[in-house]
Design a protein around this ligand. Structure first.
Ligand code: 2AM
Ligand code: CA
Ligand code: CA
Ligand code: CA
Length: 257
């Protein structure tokens, strides 16, 4: 299944890449929530291809009506993760595809066609970037940890979320190496997986933002949890917390101040 998925996702990557270098109209789903015809085109291509090749799977995808979909055997798709980057030509944007069998992680693929970086993982078989094995960093000192996060899209409307984010940054920033905010959750998880970041956390993400990246990270030796340090449950938890494992406990502690 992995090889067929890669073939399809690489082809979809050509659509993303064409769009990236073209002038495009942007539609606003909400004040801060953009979509382009390329999000829809990539998604439709993936949905049609997956329906043909993997007909026993439900496809759950960001731009589709997911109301009647059940999350058992599913392929969870973000056609363009980091749409704001995509629109502004910041090359940190990717197609994210996570495959779940009986709600259990099976395959994760994240593809950035602009940088031509393909992250893949099958549960039990390790994680790879362009075919080379990747592993999380072995840094144990939180003060030396480079972290990544995201700002919630509710920040314009929900004061509580914004205050929470600011409070956490204010506490953590002096205690770690630094914090980055690149705007594509799937790739943030992959960057923890390949040891660039020691940790990552973000609130209010959707299943398609992280369905693939969390498999890749776990296969690279990292850890994923919710804000309590317990199992992160797709579609349920407000916060995702990810790390190389070594700094996880301290990251959780520092996020719960
Ligand atoms: P997107 O580009 O696919 O929408 C960055 O903080 C992360 O938040 C990205 O993975 C981005 O995914 C996601 N995101 C963007 N807009 C969002 C919104 N309106 N609601 C929730 N998540 C969003
Ligand atoms: Ca979006
Ligand atoms: Ca997304
Ligand atoms: Ca998206």
């Amino acid at each position: 299944m992995k090889e067929k998925l890669i073939e399809i996702i690489k082809e979809a990557g050509e659509i993303l890449k064409d769009g990236y270098f073209s002038k495009k109209d942007v539609t606003f789903k909400a004040k801060k929530d953009l979509v382009t015809k390329y999000d829809v085109a990539v998604e439709n291509f993936l949905k049609e291809s997956f329906a043909k090749e993997f007909s026993d799977f439900n496809v759950i995808a960001e731009e589709s009506d997911n109301t009647n979909k059940t999350f058992s055997n599913s392929i969870i798709v973000d056609p363009i993760d980091g749409t704001t980057n995509f629109v502004n030509k910041l090359p940190h944007t990717a197609i994210s595809v996570g495959v779940y069998v009986n709600k259990k992680p099976y395959i994760g693929i994240v593809y950035n066609p602009i940088l031509d970086e393909l992250y893949t993982a099958v549960v039990g078989e390790g994680a790879y970037c362009n075919g080379e094995k990747i592993e999380t960093s072995d840094e144990k000192d939180f003060q030396k940890a480079l972290l990544s996060t995201g700002f919630p899209y509710s920040s314009g409307t929900c004061e509580d979320d914004l205050n929470d984010v600011i409070k956490k940054i204010k506490y953590i920033l002096p205690r770690c190496q630094d914090i980055r905010r690149l705007g594509a959750a799937s790739l943030d998880l992959c960057l923890v997986a390949r040891g660039v970041y020691e940790g990552y956390y973000e609130m209010n993400l959707k299943a398609w933002d992280v369905s693939a990246g969390l498999i890749i990270l776990q296969e690279a030796g990292g850890k994923v949890s919710n804000l309590d340090g317990n199992e992160y449950v797709l579609f349920e938890n407000k916060y995702i917390v990810a790390s190389n494992g070594f700094i996880h406990e301290e990251l959780i502690k520092n996020l719960n101040i």
